[in-house]
Ligand binder design. Structure first.
Ligand SMILES: Nc1nc2c(c(=O)[nH]1)N[C@H]1C(S)=C(S)[C@@H](COP(=O)(O)OP(=O)(O)OC[C@H]3O[C@@H](n4cnc5c(=O)[nH]c(N)nc54)[C@H](O)[C@@H]3O)O[C@H]1N2
Ligand SMILES: Nc1nc2c(c(=O)[nH]1)N[C@H]1C(S)=C(S)[C@@H](COP(=O)(O)OP(=O)(O)OC[C@H]3O[C@@H](n4cnc5c(=O)[nH]c(N)nc54)[C@H](O)[C@@H]3O)O[C@H]1N2
Ligand code: SF4
Ligand SMILES: [Mo]
Length: 709
């Protein structure tokens, strides 16, 4: 189905993982894309946030890449598609001959469709490497790891609908849905609070989520403003409080003994971990009054149904897996899993990060989270594909960037911008220049594409069809209007062409539906889904057989771990790898803004979105401001062991004293010039949320905002 120029098409917003339905139509002028509300869209019923409403602004933007570009003598020159393909194929063949298949890396994209991520991981594996990843590595890799290992599936345990209807308490830790998932927050969670639910927020920074729950005449919002990187001790205070209370008042049922006995393992380990636990000292480490944490613990434990929401403040630490494990511990010991209104719920970031993971664009799993080193699972996929897949997991995306010029010599990037999004951007920028071959497939020129040997202009979200999977596992169809620039190509077309030129007939697909038909053969949770069945409502996975309606919440009967039990495991405080010292006395943490999006390639070009915050800034607590002689609005230089940026200071009590807060959205002064590229050992997620930093007032105040773009 596509637009005839007048009829709008029903599609899905390209920004965040909530998955709101919108309509798009082409205006009178060819290429003029217009937004329209979709009144009965399944997730949002016509509501839309500022990004959804402005989404079409990037589709017909004048900066769109329209022609393939090839580097020649250090400069880009326009090329035709045949030339670009030939160049890519010959470089990829050369790298395989010289360095073997692990000489190449592939980045999938959570901005592209399930079908396209399926193709890029198949292309990597056909090439002979598992070195394929997507931005989940920088995002919820630790959450996915903990959920998969301890409960069974790396996804939200519940759905937005059942959470709104049944949760009495929303425990929101290290997530800011008021700005990052605005429609989930306003349409679902805030509605629940208006109906009587309580919110407990754990975050060093006050934000729009905090404001959105300060609803007049209700006392149903608590904000525990902890220091960055102190979430394990905070949750250990909560767990200790609940365990102690249960000793004295088992009749209150704060601990669900029957649930623990029948459905979990590891409770003894948690008790041992907390046996000599000092709550006073832990509360001091967190910088939160003990009685406030105890009050929050009481509220969670007393609730009929309590749901945990977890975001980047938890996942982006070297102890990211353990952070989320402690949330799982809390849910399991109180029996808050397997029912509506409960669970451990990562609000997934990009519009299709859930799907990119589901379809196997990760170095350790094949479609459907089947481990590459599980012989039986791997063979079942090989039988459909007709070629062998390597049985060793590949490097992750941050590891691939670090290995550039060392063991990795070629990189194929579809829709990611690592020079700005990965930690220690200065190092990434240097490494990436060591590559012999860099191909970037994007809709705009990016800070990464600048270093490419070949740039391929892709169509945008509004110009092609396919499926995306939102944060609560709902697979939905995207429907296209016409192309804006005839000379651009769809991501799936490009991957099929590269695959077909390199190999036999494994990439011979007529379009997205045919790709999906193969995908569902190798992805058990999608096996029952077809394009026809998706209709306008979409289907929540798991949907194992045609006709299954899909599950809105998981684990009613049992967990999907090997033992069928939920895994409890006590964890102890692990400070961030870099802590403040005399030289760098502040803790730098990072977060996002409602109007901007990740590395800003789209939001910085969108007139509506860039209006509110045209440049980066840093939040500084008034006591720190006084100490460093900073006035509100001064330009300050923030430095870390890796680099420095100059930004405007906002003096505000929104941030905890001793910490400073900035964003990764702006090229001229990105947080990632400063961040630390240490990784969680298991999930390999970087520690974006804590680095040691120093701040200094600029002696010569800048007359103008640092230029972006
Ligand atoms: N408007 C907008 N929406 C987006 C995005 C965007 O860039 N802009 N990006 C999308 C993507 S990819 C993602 S992953 C999601 C992310 O959505 P969120 O998970 O909400 O992302 P962040 O804002 O990075 O971080 C959440 C909160 O963690 C807090 N925090 C920092 N350090 C710590 C800590 O040590 N402990 C605790 N408890 N909290 C801490 C920050 O102050 C922040 O309020 O949003 C998606 N939606
Ligand atoms: N300091 C700090 N850094 C962070 C974070 C943080 O909280 N703090 N968060 C991290 C997180 S959670 C994430 S997810 C990453 C995001 O990291 P990235 O994925 O690298 O960042 P994006 O800006 O989302 O990049 C998406 C790219 O896809 C392109 N694109 C958009 N649509 C299409 C399309 O249809 N086809 C193609 N081919 N390209 C398209 C865009 O132009 C853009 O260049 O950043 C991480 N970096
Ligand atoms: S909440 Fe997310 S999906 Fe919905 S309109 Fe806003 S950015 Fe788009
Ligand atoms: Mo993300």
């Amino acid at each position: 189905m596509s637009s005839d120029g007048e009829e709008p098409v029903k599609t899905i917003c390209p920004y965040c993982g909530v998955g709101c339905g919108i309509k798009v139509r082409e205006g009178e002028e060819p290429g003029d894309m217009q937004f329209m509300p979709w009144g009965d869209a399944p997730v949002n019923e016509g509501s839309i946030c500022i990004k959804g409403g402005a989404a079409t602004e990037v589709v017909d933007h004048e900066d769109r890449l329209t022609t393939p570009l090839v580097r020649e003598n250090g400069e880009f020159r326009e090329a035709n598609w045949a030339e670009a393909y030939e160049y890519i194929v010959s470089e990829m063949e050369r790298i395989r001959e010289t360095h073997g298949p692990d000489g190449m890396g592939f980045f999938g994209s959570s901005k592209t469709m399930n079908e396209e991520n399926y193709l890029i991981q198949k292309l990597a594996r056909r090439y002979g490497t598992n070195q394929v990843d997507n931005c989940t590595r920088m995002c919820h890799a630790s959450t996915v790891w903990a959920l998969r290992t301890s409960l069974g599936a790396g996804a939200m345990t519940n759905s937005m609908q059942d959470l709104m209807e049944a949760a009495d308490v929303f425990w929101i830790q290290g997530a800011n849905p008021g700005e990052q998932h605005p429609i989930a927050n306003s349409q679902y969670f805030r509605q629940a609070v208006l109906d009587g639910a309580t919110v407990i927020q754990v975050d060093p920074h006050a934000n729009k989520t905090t404001k959105s729950f300060q609803i007049s005449e209700t006392d149903r919002h608590m904000h525990l403003q902890n220091e960055p990187g102190t979430d394990i001790p905070l949750l250990n205070v909560v767990l200790s409080t609940i365990l102690e209370h249960h000793e004295e008042h088992p009749e209150d049922g704060w601990i669900d003994e029957a649930f623990i006995a029948e459905r979990t393992e590891g409770f003894e380990h948690l008790k041992e971990t907390l046996a000599d636990f000092d709550k006073e000292a832990a509360a001091e480490t967190c910088g939160v009054p003990l009685e406030d944490i105890e009050a929050a613990a009481r509220t969670y434990a007393d609730a009929g149904n309590a749901a945990i929401f977890t975001g980047m403040g938890m996942s982006q630490h070297t102890c990211g897996v353990d952070n989320v494990q402690n949330e799982i511990n809390l849910a399991l010991v109180t029996g808050n899993l397997g029912r509506p209104g409960t669970g451990v719920n990562p609000l997934r970031g990009q519009n299709n990060v859930q799907g990119a993971c589901d379809v196997g664009a990760m170095p350790n799993v094949l479609p459907g989270y089947q481990l590459v080193d599980d012989d039986e699972a791997r063979r079942s996929v090989e039988d459909v594909w007709g070629f062998e897949v390597p049985d060793e997991p590949g490097l992750t995306n941050v590891e691939i960037s670090h290995a550039a010029g060392d063991t990795v010599h070629g990189l194929y990037i579809m829709g990611e911008n690592p020079v700005m999004s990965e930690p220690d951007g200065n190092r990434v920028e240097e490494r990436i220049q060591e590559l012999k071959f860099l191909c970037v497939q994007d809709i705009f020129m990016t800070e990464t594409a600048k270093y490419a040997d070949v740039i391929l202009p892709a169509t945008t979200w509004a110009e092609r069809g396919g499926t995306v999977t939102n944060t609560d596992r709902r697979v939905q169809r995207m429907r296209p209007v016409h192309k804006v620039h005839e000379s651009t190509r769809h991501d799936y077309e490009i991957l099929c062409e590269v695959g077909s030129r390199l190999f036999d007939d494994e990439f011979d697909f007529s379009g997205p539906e045919e790709i999906f038909e193969e995908l569902r053969q190798v992805c058990p949770d999608y096996h029952g889904i077809t394009y026809d069945a998706l209709g306008e409502e979409g289907i929540h996975w798991p949907c194992k057989e045609p006709g299954d309606e899909g599950d809105s919440f998981l684990y009613e009967e049992g967990f999907t771990t090997d033992s069928g039990l939920g895994r409890i495991e006590g964890v102890r405080h692990q400070p961030p790898k870099e802590v403040p010292d005399d030289e760098y006395p502040l803790i730098l943490t990072t977060g996002r803004l409602e109007e901007h999006y990740n590395t800003g390639t789209m939001s910085r070009r969108s007139p509506t979105l860039k209006r509110q915050h045209p440049e980066n800034f840093v939040d500084v607590h008034p006591d720190d401001a006084e100490r460093y002689g900073i006035e509100d609005g001064d330009y300050v230089t923030i430095s870390s062991r890796r680099g420095e940026i100059t930004v405007k200071a906002q003096v505000t009590e929104a941030i905890k004293e001793g910490s400073i807060w900035t964003t990764p959205h702006f090229a001229a002064a990105s947080a990632n010039r400063l961040t630390n590229d240490v990784l969680d050992e298991r999930a390999k997620i970087p520690e974006y949320k804590a680095a040691a930093a120093e701040i200094e007032v600029e002696v010569e105040p800048a007359d103008e905002a640092p230029a972006d773009d």
